[in-house]
Ligand binder design. Structure first.
Ligand SMILES: [Zn+2]
Length: 531
């Protein structure tokens, strides 16, 4: 959500923006699911990639390109990246003993081993983590390990792997982040990076023994693939190449020009990959820009509990879009107003309903509906000519200079919650102005004054329609159509003297938002409880 707001904002400012994302398709969970469902990994990823891509499109996430790591462009790009680092001597080779399933004739990736946790005694701990006590484990730590492939007891077998010696990048990362970004990276991100660096970085395997993934492209790499954490972030580069190919553009400036500002929008579980490991890889490779900022969010919980897709404690976007048709902007608004920017936060259906009913409907929607209806009633839908301005009018117009600047400052600092609340202040300003000035009372006694009131209120609506574009794109599009404003807009238009000129024709009023029934909210809560 923040990435989409940011991308739309930069486009409004006329910047050359490339907004990419993609499906990370080489995780072990995919192989496991395929096995469980009797399908191929390809069938699993095709299903989910299609679903996710469509859901994002329907929700209005304005990716320039949504790629996937099973794509041939990505396989080639990741493969070339590995080969370059290999040739440059950036890896170290190491032979270690790993658990091996003699029956399945396969090395066992972490999740393919279960056993007893050495820390708490839980008998169903996985090879990488015990879900009972939360300890992270090595598969060889498990007591009485069993292969989930065949149920047999695995043996230890020697296997060679390539490692990225992260300790070689310790000084570079300390200089670049701890010294260079102390002031402009978010404290939660900076703090986590500092704690990793304070612990001291260690070599990390970039390959593993699996049959699903990108084959290791050098001698000795048979039956091995690139570790998913190594190939996945390279997906950003691959997506850029794929986008360039589709659109007849050059991908290189976006990754190799020193003017390029690379920004990663992620959750806190991904900070180590985007702030330490991927930058170390980019530094080793040598020809790419480093991230300018990584404004990671904390976690968003759901109804007081941690989200879990496996336990179905989640709100699935494609289901939301079916159950709340046309309400993309309501969810966008609720998520942004409640974003876990500085600490974990909670999404609740009651809060979602309250954000809709008491903010979007009662303030934003009410204000717009009133001015559209009144303009039609008094002036056949034409913007009236103003007369002398009062102090209140001048202050209102003054706020229309100040509030958008505040929104821009918040967005520039990646404070999306604050920005969305300032956008809402513009609607509040308009709503209060109308309530205080009461044009519906003055129309009989002082029609000249009402012309000024309506002209001023319409200016508020026009500014709101532009500032809303990054946050509520569907609403902004409708509002600009109703106001007779062009869809193509530029943030610089906010410095104009007037946004709706006298005589401009407005369209027939339509409601922007509607109340959400208690029954719809109760149905969502019940659905979760039955999950
Ligand atoms: Zn445990």
């Amino acid at each position: 959500m923040p990435a989409d707001i940011y991308a739309r904002y930069l486009r409004l400012k006329g910047k050359d923006v490339l907004f990419v994302c993609g499906s990370d398709e080489h995780g072990v969970a995919i192989s496991m699911r395929a096995r469980k469902e009797g399908k191929t990994p390809q069938q699993i990823i095709d299903h989910y990639h299609g679903l996710i891509k469509t859901s994002f499109e329907d929700f209005g996430i304005s990716f320039d390109y949504y790629g996937r790591t099973s794509d041939s462009v990505h396989h080639q790009t990741a493969s070339d990246f590995f080969k370059k680092l290999h040739q440059q001597g950036d890896f170290v080779e190491q032979t270690t003993d790993q658990l091996y399933d003699e029956e399945a004739q396969q090395f066992l990736a972490d999740r393919f081993v279960v056993g007893t946790c050495p820390k708490c005694g839980h008998t169903e701990a996985y090879g990488d983590q015990c879900e009972a006590c939360g300890s992270s484990l090595n598969a060889t730590d498990l007591i009485d390990p069993k292969s989930t492939l065949s149920g047999s007891t695995p043996t230890l077998k020697a296997t060679k792997h390539w490692f990225l010696p992260l300790e070689r990048y310790q000084n570079f990362l300390e200089e670049w982040i701890l010294k260079g970004h102390a002031d402009d990276w978010k404290p939660n991100v900076y703090g986590q990076v500092k704690s990793w660096l304070d612990d001291g970085l260690k070599p990390r395997a970039v390959t593993r023994d699996l049959d699903w993934g990108i084959p290791v492209p050098v001698a000795g790499g048979e039956n091995k693939v690139l570790y998913v954490w190594f190939d996945a972030p390279i997906g950003y580069i691959s997506a850029t190449k794929a986008w360039a190919k589709t659109n007849g553009k050059d991908w290189k400036p976006y990754w190799q020009d020193s003017d390029t500002e690379l920004v990663h929008f992620i959750g806190k579980d991904n900070i180590v990959f985007h702030c330490i490991i991927f930058p170390a890889m980019l530094k080793a490779e040598g020809s790419y820009v480093l991230p300018e900022n990584v404004p990671a969010n904390e976690f968003l919980n759901l109804e007081g509990q941690k989200l879990s897709t496996s336990k179905n404690w989640a709100v699935w976007l494609h289901e939301y879009l079916q159950e709340f048709p046309g309400k993309q902007d309501v969810l966008r608004y609720a998520l942004t107003a409640n974003a876990p920017e500085t600490k974990d936060n909670d999404f609740t259906w009651r809060d979602f309903q309250a954000r809709n009913d008491s903010e979007l409907v009662a303030i934003y929607g009410n204000f717009i509906n009133r001015i559209l209806v009144l303009t039609h009633k008094y002036y056949d839908g034409q913007v009236p000519t103003p007369n002398d301005l009062t102090q209140v009018d001048r202050e209102t117009l003054e706020a229309l200079r100040d509030l958008p600047d505040q929104v821009a400052n918040s967005l520039d600092a990646y404070r999306f919650r604050e920005a969305s609340q300032t956008m809402m202040k513009i609607a509040r300003l308009g709503n209060k102005y109308l309530a205080d000035e009461e044009p519906w009372k003055k129309i009989k006694t002082d029609p000249e004054r009402v012309q000024t009131i309506m002209h001023t209120a319409l200016q508020v609506a026009a500014v709101l329609s532009l500032v809303s574009i990054p946050f509520l794109p569907h609403t902004a599009e409708k509002l600009r159509r109703l106001l007779g404003l062009p869809q193509q807009a530029n943030w610089s238009e906010l410095s104009q003297d007037e946004w709706l000129t006298p005589g401009s024709q407005l369209q027939t009023p339509e409601l922007l938002f509607e109340r959400i029934d208690d029954t719809a909210i109760e149905a969502q809560i019940e659905k979760l409880q039955n999950a």
